[in-house]
Every structure is written in structure tokens, then in C-alpha cells.
Ligand binder design. Structure first.
Ligand code: IVH
Length: 673
């Protein structure tokens, strides 16, 4: 032992390792961290420094191994103690009910069997072997009998425990084999591919391929840069302890530090498992990772053992696969649509088909770059995908099916609606029609204005807006409030009654919250959420219209792009005129509910100096909302002067006039903020 390796240093290293393992567990498994990311990094750095200085202190289970080990020549192979089988598949409820009947028949017809239902992760199966709680070997499934040793790679995954957490009620087994699925989340996958494209590397086809490719790197330093995650769902051989049910097994695994999918449901009937499948089919597109079905497992371990397995798959489990969300069809035409901001979007007209139970006849092609990247041509056979409720998408062209008669698509150089010039800004993917009076833009802006999250005008649907704009009855927002009931009733598919209904719906819509009003204006980057944030902050239209860029950026949740867009919008006289016209049409912004109703009724405030927690306009807005007034100069009428940092002469004047001077803290109290 070199002289300077003191017992204190050995102890310190051990303590750091233990702390890091514990924090990892709290963060990844319990989702309840005790320290910040920065603190974690500091501890890790400290341990790395110690291990670098004293290499003899390095251990294979040190949290620092996650950065990767020296590259391998090739992977070793390892025989699985217990084969890693696959699962039988079911595709409809009958298949699953038959599975349940098979299970009961094989068990001598008990009344009811309870199951565990789990998301079927679309990733790569791995087996982790722990000896006395330490991760020794990690292997791929391989052919089910023999896998490849990928220990160094698996150790780089943050969610893999390098040492098991002790559990009070159960000793750590001498040996145990833990099984799970390694995957890459959808967000991380997107970023990974963007980065690869930037570095001129081919992108991965899907998250599963990316996970598989990352796990099979001979250089684990590369694996360490990949955003791999893991959920555990079972065991191979476990020596020295036993479990009653699969549900219990998962609970204990979690105690030991293995990350378990929180969506798993245990101890349920087969009918409940079918409900679970339906629930997950609906939720799957909201999940942060890909799943391709539900795995239904007999819950009781003794029953699993009685049932056994075929050479291919266990008799106690089945995968209920989701309906395919990808199908093939052909492109009959590509039409260009013009949106409310003038963006030209190519839309493929497809030979109608059924994707995962929904009829699809159109798919967006986004923009010129996208068409070129995918090399989509009219007449092509394509793979179409529907993800959740979003618009169907063309995944790729099936090039092998080309016959030579397909025609390439070119973005038009003039707007297909108004024939104006179209432009494409530097660094933007979108091509835009420059004519803001283009009838397509007008129609889309008005549809947005009347839509649910905005003015929510019942009866003013897309078809009617098209008709009204085409007939020249509608060309601006304000026109909506001037629509003539008589003229309306003469329109196709309208009548006296629907015209009257529409008129009264428009009348009702005139009273609107500030947030909805803002959203309705269709300012770029101001969606429902941003509109709500702005309305909450500025409370009234005037302070927002007249505020500075700095002030906007100071609002929580408003970044530079949004701020710029808002400034640009209100800078244009045309937009201010539009707003005036809407208000002149009788639209009233509902007063925001005052924080403390009428608390400051009639009190006059003067602000001076810089406030710490309020910008000027926010302070003004809040005072006004509470019924107070804000004046620019101190007079005998002034009730309070609020003095901030570096106040001006107003403070002196207040003193002279004997006006009450308060600080920010007192203002805050008055506002009940
Ligand atoms: S249990 C003996 N549970 O599906 C059966 N497998 O098709 C062991 N998979 O190789 C599998 N999520 O890679 C099980 N919750 C889950 C799963 C799951 C994904 C994968 C696993 C397996 C394949 C079988």
C-alpha cells in the first residue's frame, strides 16, 4: 500500500460509492431523489478523482464504471442457466380468453386464476447475473440458450443497479438472474437521431434498433453516450429465496433496486387484463417509450411451475399484441394546402386504407425537405403509420415496388390559392405565401379564431367559414360580429333557424377571457398555454401591448422566440387596428377575477425605483386588478408611494407631502400576493 493511501481515504471511497448507489436508487427506481443533479455529479467527480489517484481502489461495481471500459475484440458467449424463452402471441380478446381456458384446463379447472398484466416493452431483452448482490455478468438473449456477454455495456446504463440494495425482510440471494428489457425513450431517440444526422451518420430506423445497436458496441464508451434505460420484469434462477406470486417478485425486485414499470397491474382477473389492454392501447401513444402489447402472466408462481413451458414459450404467459399501426398503400396525388400563417404543406392523397382500425386517406408530408428526404413520388407504394390521434404519417417509400411511372413532386413557386409569390426564409423548412390576404390564410385564421380554445363560436364550422369567405361575406375577424342574419339564412345548408342560432352564438361569444382572446389572435408561438401565461401575468390587454421585450422575457415560461414574436405582432399597426375593430364589434374582455376582490378600491399608488419581484407593468396590473389606481406623480391624492431600489425624487416629494411610503414587501401584503 503506498504511503499516502490512508485508512481514511479507503473509508471515504467506500462511503462515496455507497452514497452514489443509494442516490441512484432513489433517483431511478423510487423516482424520489434526495440531492440535486449537481450534487450527484460532484460526488461522482470526487470518487473518480480518488480512483484515478489510487487505481488500486478501483472496483468493478464502482458507480464510475458507467462511463465505459476499454473496447473488446469480440463478445464472449454465455449459456443461460434457464433458457430465455419467447412468448406466445394473441391478437384479440378471444385469443386471450382461450389462453385463460387452457391455463385452467391444465390446472384442473380451478374457479378463477389471477394474473399480472404488464406493458410489453419494445426493446432488447437482457439478463443480469448478481452474486452476493454484485452485478457480475450481463448477457443478451441470443438464441434463448446462449447469449453474448455485454457486461461493460450494461454497466453504463444508469438504471442498472451495480449492487443490489439490501431489503430488511429478505436476504440478498447468493446468486440471482434478473431479466428485463433495455430500451430508448422516444424523446431521447429523437435527439439521438438529430445528433447523428448532424454528424453525417445514418439515423436509426426506430428506438428498438437504436437500443440493440447501442448494446452491441464493442466499445462501451460509445454505449455510455447512448440514452439507454431498462425496466425489469422477471427472473431466471434465484438461489436462496422464493416468491409466492409474480406481483410479490416485482415488489421485492423494486426493493432490491431494480426499476419496475409503474403501469404493471397484479392480482387481476382475465377480464380486468382485457380492460387493461384496452386502457393501454389508448394510452400507448402518450407514453414516453414504445410498447407493442400487453404481457399477461399467471400471478401465482406455484401455478407457473405446474404449467411449465414448451420448448418455445412458457404456458403461463401470453403477449396480447396491439393492432398494427403501419400499413401500406399508394399515393394517388399530392396536394398543397395553405395554412393560417401562409405555410404551404404538401399533403398526400392516399388510396384509402385502414390503419389500426381507423380509415386513412391523407397523410401530411410536412415540407419540401421532408418530401426530398423520403423521396416520395406520386404513384409510390408507401408505408403509412398512425400514432395516436395525430395525423397519419408516411414512414417510407417501398422503393422495390417502383415501376418507373412515378412522378416527382416539386413545391410550387406561386401560392396555389392566390397565385402570389412564395418564399422560403433562410434556415426555415417552411415555404410561405407572402400574401396575408390570401383567401386560404384568411379562412384558416378565422377558423382558428372561432375554434374551441378561442372564441368557441358554436355553428361557425370550417365548411361555413369557407363558404362565407368565398362569398365575400367574411374577410376579417371583426366581420364575424357584423354578419347579417338575413344574408346568413340565404346560404346553402343554412336556414332562418340556423342563422338565428349562429347569430346568438356569436353574441354569446362576445364576452371572452383575456387568455382566449389572445389565443384567438393567432400570434405565432402563442398557443393556448402561452396565452394563459401572458393573460395571467399582464391581466389586461394594454400593458401587454405596450410592454418591452425585456419585460416579456422576464415572465416565467416566455422565451426569446415567443417574446420576439409578440413584440413583432403588436408593432404592426395593422394588427392593432384588427384588435380595435374586434373590440369595436362589441367584444368585451371578461375582467380577471381580482386576487382579493376590491381590496385596494380607489387607492392611488405611485411606484418609484426598481422592484425586486415585480416588473412595473405587473405591479400596475395587480394593483388595478385589486381595484387600485397607479399614477405617475405624487400628489395630495396619493395614498401610497412604493419605494424600490434606487428610488427617485418621488420619494422626497412623498416625504414632503406626508404620503405613506411602503416597500415591496408591504405592497405584496396589500396585494395578498
Ligand atoms: S416476460 C418467458 N414481460 O418480449 C417469457 N417479456 O416475446 C419472458 N418483453 O424476450 C418474457 N416486455 O424481450 C416479459 N413485461 C414483459 C416484457 C417482455 C417485453 C419481451 C422480452 C421477451 C419478448 C418475448
Amino acid at each position: 500500500m503506498p504511503e499516502d493511501l490512508s485508512p481514511q481515504i479507503i473509508q471515504k471511497t467506500q462511503d462515496l460509492r455507497e452514497a452514489l448507489h443509494r442516490h441512484n436508487y432513489r433517483y431511478y427506481v423510487l423516482d424520489d431523489p434526495e440531492i440535486s443533479d449537481a450534487e450527484y455529479d460532484r460526488l461522482l467527480q470526487e470518487l473518480m478523482r480518488l480512483e484515478e489517484k489510487y487505481p488500486q481502489l478501483m472496483r468493478p461495481d464502482s458507480p464510475t464504471v458507467r462511463v465505459g471500459a476499454p473496447p473488446l475484440e469480440k463478445f464472449d458467449s454465455v449459456a443461460h442457466t434457464i433458457p430465455m424463452l419467447s412468448l406466445d402471441n394473441g391478437f384479440n380478446d378471444e385469443d386471450i380468453l382461450e389462453f385463460d381456458q387452457r391455463v385452467r384446463r391444465n390446472l384442473g379447472e380451478p374457479d378463477e386464476i389471477l394474473y399480472t398484466a404488464e406493458p410489453k416493452m419494445d426493446g432488447v431483452a437482457v439478463e443480469l447475473i448478481y452474486e452476493t448482490g454484485k452485478l457480475m455478468t450481463a448477457a443478451t438473449r441470443g438464441d434463448g440458450q446462449t447469449g453474448e456477454v455485454i457486461t461493460a455495456n450494461v454497466k453504463t446504463i444508469q438504471t442498472v443497479p451495480l449492487v443490489m440494495q439490501p431489503d430488511r425482510s429478505r436476504a440478498i440471494p447468493t446468486r440471482c438472474e434478473i431479466r428485463g428489457e433495455v430500451f430508448i425513450g422516444l424523446e431521447a431517440f429523437k435527439r439521438l437521431n438529430q445528433e447523428r444526422i448532424r454528424q453525417k451518420q445514418p439515423p436509426f430506423a426506430n428506438p428498438r434498433n437504436a437500443a440493440a445497436g447501442s448494446l452491441r458496441q464493442l466499445d462501451s464508451k460509445i454505449t455510455a453516450t447512448r440514452p439507454l434505460e431498462v425496466f425489469f420484469y422477471g427472473v431466471g434462477l434465484v438461489e436462496g429465496t422464493a416468491f409466492e406470486s409474480h406481483g410479490e417478485l416485482l415488489k421485492v425486485l423494486k426493493q432490491w433496486g431494480f426499476r419496475i414499470n409503474p403501469l404493471i397491474r397484479s392480482g387481476i382477473t382475465i377480464e380486468a387484463a382485457l380492460d387493461y389492454y384496452r386502457e393501454l392501447s389508448e394510452r400507448r401513444h402518450q407514453l414516453a417509450y414504445d410498447i407493442d402489447g400487453v404481457v399477461v402472466k399467471v400471478d401465482r408462481i406455484s401455478l407457473q411451475q405446474q404449467l411449465g413451458a414448451t420448448s418455445r414459450s412458457p404456458r403461463w404467459a401470453i403477449a396480447y399484441k396491439f393492432k398494427a399501426i403501419q400499413e401500406t398503400t399508394t399515393i394517388e396525388a399530392i396536394e398543397v394546402q395553405v395554412g393560417r400563417t401562409g405555410v404551404l404543406t404538401p399533403v398526400a392523397h392516399l388510396k384509402p386504407l385502414n390503419v389500426g382500425g381507423v380509415r386513412v386517406s391523407r397523410a401530411t408530408l410536412h415540407n419540401q425537405d421532408e418530401v426530398e428526404k423520403k423521396d416520395v413520388r406520386i404513384g409510390d407504394h408507401v408505408l403509412v403509420q398512425r400514432a395516436g390521434d395525430v395525423i397519419p404519417e408516411i414512414v417510407k417509400v417501398i422503393v422495390s415496388k417502383r415501376e418507373g411511372r412515378e412522378t416527382a413532386f416539386k413545391m410550387p413557386t406561386a401560392c396555389p390559392i392566390c397565385n402570389s409569390r412564395v418564399i422560403r426564409m433562410e434556415g426555415e423548412a417552411a415555404t410561405r405565401c407572402i400574401n396575408s390576404s390570401c383567401s386560404a390564410q384568411v379562412k384558416e385564421r378565422i377558423k382558428h379564431f372561432a375554434s374551441k380554445g378561442a372564441f368557441d363560436i358554436d355553428g361557425l364550422g370550417d365548411k361555413l367559414v369557407d363558404q362565407l369567405v368565398d362569398k365575400g361575406l367574411l374577410s376579417s375577424f371583426a366581420d364575424i360580429f357584423k354578419l347579417d342574419e338575413n344574408a346568413l339564412s340565404q346560404l346553402e345548408r343554412m336556414g332562418v333557424k340556423s342563422a338565428a342560432n349562429l347569430k346568438s352564438a356569436i353574441e354569446n361569444a362576445k364576452s371572452i377571457t383575456f387568455a382566449r382572446f389572445l389565443f384567438a389572435l393567432g400570434i405565432r408561438h402563442v398557443g393556448e398555454h402561452v396565452a394563459a401565461v401572458l393573460a395571467d401575468y399582464f391581466i389586461e390587454l394594454d400593458p401587454l401591448m405596450n410592454c418591452s421585450r425585456e419585460e416579456l422575457e422576464a415572465v416565467d415560461g416566455i422565451g426569446p422566440t415567443v417574446a420576439e414574436s409578440i413584440i413583432q405582432f403588436f408593432k404592426q399597426k395593422r394588427n392593432r387596428r384588427i384588435i380595435d375593430q374586434i373590440l369595436a364589434g362589441g367584444v368585451k374582455l371578461e375582467a380577471a377575477a381580482p386576487k382579493k376582490a376590491g381590496k385596494l378600491d380607489g387607492r392611488v399608488f405611485v411606484l418609484t425605483g426598481k422592484l425586486e419581484n415585480y416588473t412595473r407593468s405587473r405591479a400596475k396590473a395587480l394593483i388595478k386588478a385589486a381595484g387600485g389606481k397607479v399614477s405617475g406623480s405624487v400628489s395630495g391624492n396619493t395614498d401610497f408611494v412604493v419605494g424600490g431600489e434606487a428610488p427617485g425624487s418621488k420619494l422626497d416629494r412623498a416625504r414632503k407631502l406626508g404620503v405613506k411610503i411602503i416597500d415591496e414587501e408591504a405592497l405584496k401584503k396589500l396585494l395578498g400576493d
